[in-house]
Design a protein around this ligand. Sequence first.
Ligand code: NAD
Length: 420
Amino acid sequence: MNSEHEKINSYEIAKKQVDIAAKYLDLDPGSVEKLKHTKRELIVHFPVKMDDETVRVFTGYRVQHNVSRGPAKGGIRYHPDVDLDEIRALAMWMTWKSAVVNIPFGGAKGGVQCNPKEMSLHEIEHLTRRFTWEISLLLGPEQDIPAPDVYTNPQVMAWMMDTYSMLKGYSVPGVVTGKPVELGGSLGRFEATGRGVVITALEALNYLKKPIEGAKIAIQGCGNVGGVAAKHFDRLGAKVIAISDSMRGIYNEKGLDLKRILDYKAKYQCLICEQKEEREITNQELLELDCDIMVPAAIENQITEKNASRIKAKIIAEGANGPTTPEADEILNDKGIFIVPDILANAGGVTVSYFEWVQNLQELLWSEEEVLDRLTRIMQRSYKEVLEISLSKKIPMRTAALVLGIGRVAEATRLRGIYP
Ligand code: NAD
């Protein structure tokens, strides 16, 4: 949540973005209206037996936004703030994202309102299995394919895949992506989103004629996306000066000892300062650091009209979905900050999810090198397409990405027509 603890409605933002992009697309009002609505929404309330034998009822959601270009695709989030509008927005962004990288998927998202940090592994497994059963009427490799998102991981995907397979009576690996490699997960999937963020950030640096060597990077969030992006920036010779989790950030202007910090985080689930030059900072301070690239890689609505004017980064590469509000966007654009928007920057995850699904359906096994090579080509091509639209129409990168994604979805929807 943003620092003031007032929840900004992401679905309202997502709908506003459709109106912004529609100005540059020749769409009739009915089509615009359709794109702003989700296709299907399932809300489930289900019981879970906790370790102390009490029963708790949880609320979960699965929302499919649009399936004109292919099966619904999108992650599952476990977080106390999950609600229907958040899941709607995230599902819509998945639709545009799949279209930006031009893979044959529609958009979906799911989530359960819960605090996994306060639950045992057993409780999370029971919750996952019952939730999967509750939403199983929507799922299937040809219909709707979940993946990990905030506070879910390959183990959660393994439980989802197993539960769905038990219901069917045979193994269905293609029902989820982001599975452990041992169960048909793709090599390179775990790292894909973070790598995609780095690939597009490198393109942005290249466009602005700035070197990666010594570039100062600040990263909000050190989970799957933030942690992997940090490692790759470091490997490329950049200086990761700050990283955070939900509790705190660590800052060292000379560059962090990432291996030690991330190993500690993996072992003890927290970040601590151990060296003289390191100091603790808040998430807000991290966002406002003087740096070359800032990567928000946690949750939505972190850069708002309240802090946007204080942002000093030259480039923002959005690892998270929806980290910037439209009001903040305007301020950042006026400041000349170059934004690689979420539906482009973090599309590496869905891209390799697509590779995983293809491998599952065709019973193929690609090497990590093959996966990364294909990922790099798709991310670079998509970046180039978005930049070209941005330059030719003289519009910000976010609007350009929306024009590309929404334009493709609108055209597919028009070609299919309205049934019956
Ligand atoms: P994760 O659960 O692995 O990590 C989330 C990180 O954010 C953790 O470090 C957590 O401590 C931090 N965090 C949570 N709440 C926070 C708060 N209020 N302030 C600051 N930090 C906070 O999740 P992830 O998979 O890395 O996802 C991060 C973002 O990237 C989300 O917006 C997600 O939708 C987006 N995303 C993820 C993928 C993927 O493949 N995992 C793909 C595309 C986009």
